[in-house]
Design a protein around this ligand. Structure first.
Ligand code: FES
Ligand code: FES
Length: 378
């Protein structure tokens, strides 16, 4: 059992949970907050969406133990919230619900759209809501409802009044709980940080990795796209003429397998030892689309090199919900570590760990947890 203390709708809650208890089950069964619905229980439908530290996340695939110390807000925690009140009225006025099963998750994501983006187009709303599935309405009423509230915000001249959650009240004495594995992992991923996105709806992450070889040896390797692809699990370059690149990236996330194929343009500045790769791709299976840009800069660091990478991207379609949150940041950090290890092996002539044919998010999570537990024992 794990001792956890978290804040739920402004109330401090302490409990003992099994390591495999998911947050949605904890909320529904231990706290009786049944407004969080469970549909697929595999991270696909969005019915279970809650705010974790202010960001919409799927509570069916977030372990309760990993949320130790987190601030959780469920659909029951928005009484008095102006935006949520307007959304509820707009959903009703636009016939945006029938059975209502998807509605709590829809409202959570919709409020995030309105408060984060403000006035935005119908197309943007459809993209942003693409991670929430509704089997009844056909989405038109939902999109119209969100659009009316988002535009109403602009008409009011800007600031959206967001009600604070009620004052924190101690529900049970809090045992001193140590940081959970996943939160500790989030903090320990090598120097990864969210970078300013700069473009509406884009996510930006920056990462620094150390490579134990001097820049003079690393830079030519960075320009060898086939070598780089061999260092990245799931990546494949199908064509590259020094500027235009075609390739694909295979990602497995639980039951979901996506193969993003696309084109990119590559620019190198040999003098500054910087470069950018920008492009777009599509997963034909799910219809999800990704646009992205990778900017990198190489510099000496001790006897080796520091590689600073900034990734900016936007995912639209059914996989869009996976593009935000600490999980992706952790995975990017882990992926950067795998890449740095493989590149170092390539440069030194040592055998490289066999690159799997696809990037398995679950395998990576398992490896991250294994590493964390190993570090804890030592
Ligand atoms: S129940 Fe969580 S995403 Fe479907
Ligand atoms: S209203 Fe029934 S699933 Fe959306």
């Amino acid at each position: 059992m794990n001792a956890i203390t978290l804040t739920v709708n402004g109330r401090r809650v302490s409990a003992q949970v099994e390591p495999r208890t998911q947050l949605a089950d904890f909320l529904r069964e231990e706290l009786n907050l049944t407004g969080t619905h469970l549909g697929c229980e595999q991270g696909v439908c969005g019915a279970c969406t809650v705010l974790i530290d202010g960001k919409p996340q799927r509570s069916c695939i977030a372990s309760a133990a990993a949320c130790d110390g987190a601030d959780i807000r469920t659909i029951e925690g928005f009484d008095g919230d102006v935006v949520m009140g307007e959304l509820r009225e707009a959903f009703s006025a636009n016939h945006a619900l029938q059975c209502g099963f998807c509605t709590p998750g829809m409202l959570m994501s919709s409020r995030d759209i309105v408060t984060r983006l403000g006035a935005c187009s119908e197309r943007t709303i459809r993209e942003e809501l693409s991670g929430n599935l509704c089997r009844c309405t056909g989405y038109v009423g939902i999109v119209n409802a969100v659009h009316s509230v988002a535009c109403g915000k602009t008409a009011r001249g800007g600031a959206v009044a967001v009600a604070p959650v009620e004052a924190v009240a101690e529900v049970a004495p809090a045992p001193s709980a140590s940081a959970s594995p996943s939160l500790a992992l989030a903090r320990s991923v090598a120097e990864g940080a969210a970078a300013p996105a700069g473009k509406e709806g884009w996510t930006a992450l920056s990462q620094r990795v150390h490579i134990p070889a001097p820049p003079a040896q690393v830079w030519p390797a960075l320009k060898d796209m086939n070598l780089l692809a061999r260092c990245l699990p799931g990546a494949e370059v199908t064509a590259f003429d020094g500027k235009a690149l075609q390739g694909r990236m295979v990602v497995k996330f639980g039951p979901i397998k996506a193969a993003f194929g696309g084109d990119a343009t590559v620019d190198f500045d040999d003098a500054a030892q910087t470069g950018t790769v920008s492009g777009a791709g599509r997963d034909s299976g799910s219809g999800s689309q990704v646009k992205g840009e990778i900017a990198f800069a190489l510099a000496p660091e001790g006897e080796g090199s520091a590689l600073d990478v900034t990734l900016r991207y936007r995912i639209a379609g059914p996989l869009a919900q996976f593009s935000r949150g600490a999980l992706v940041q952790n995975l990017v950090g882990h992926l950067a570590g795998v890449f740095a290890g493989n590149l170092s092996a390539q440069l030194s002539g040592a055998p490289m760990a066999e690159a799997p044919a696809s990037l398995s998010v679950w395998q990576m999570l398992k490896a991250m947890l294994k590493g964390w537990f190993a570090g804890r024992k030592s």
